[in-house]
Design a protein around this ligand. Sequence first.
Ligand code: APR
Length: 255
Amino acid sequence: MTRAEDIDAAARMLHASKVAVALTGAGISVDSGIPDFRSSGGLWERFDPMEYATIEAFVSSPRKVWSMLFEMMDVVESARANAGHTALAELEAMGRLDAIITQNIDNLHQAGGSRRVIEFHGNSRRLVCLRCGREYAAEQFAALRDMSPPPPPECRECGAILKPDVVLFGEAIPERAARDAAIMAASCDVMLVIGTSAMVYPAAGLPVTAKSRGAKIIEINLEPTHLTGTLADLTIMGGATDVIPALVERVRALG
Ligand code: APR
């Protein structure tokens, strides 16, 4: 099928659905200037995730992990929502998308206008103290970034080095996000899987749950993944900022 035929088929599935969910990954934010993790030039090519993105690494070498986190947060904080994010918000406003389950920590779905966003891997705008449990907004420590090198933020209550409220490898998914995502995956009849390599569990298990409950899986990606031609009922090859707006316009045209 041509790209237009794929988009038309996907729009008809969305138009006919009762509960539609989007599972998004780093690919949807690439056009906002945030590199993904596993494409060439991705973050994990420059930082070994086992050395920089596990909870063990954070506890044993917080300053080293913060050197990567500062670089990631500089990019995230200067990023703006793109046409893919805003198109998904339009789909929600049209009553055609019930929730977004995002693996991204960049807050761009909310910035793009989406209201029902399940933050499966947390959100880098919040910092937490692993020792005393206090929570902070990351912007409360923005002045640190003027120092070179910036020191890691410390808890104002107990002095411990704070951690962004994001899920590192070896950490559990936040309980409420895990529950809400499981409910949405089990109850949807269409799941859009956008800009994710679908390699990291438990997020990668969500399309499997949806499929097992009879949902249609529509994949949007620049390149094939292991879902392509297997779990995915339809794969639309292309950039998220091109495909999603075209898909939303087609759904709108169907009335
Ligand atoms: N449009 C659509 N898809 C894109 C685009 C784009 N413009 N750019 C890249 N992609 C696709 C890539 O082809 C790839 O399949 O997005 C996917 C990104 O995959 P990853 O880099 O593995 O990112 P993601 O799937 O979100 O990773 C999941 O792994 O490291 C952990 O916690 C991290 O949340 C992350 C999780």
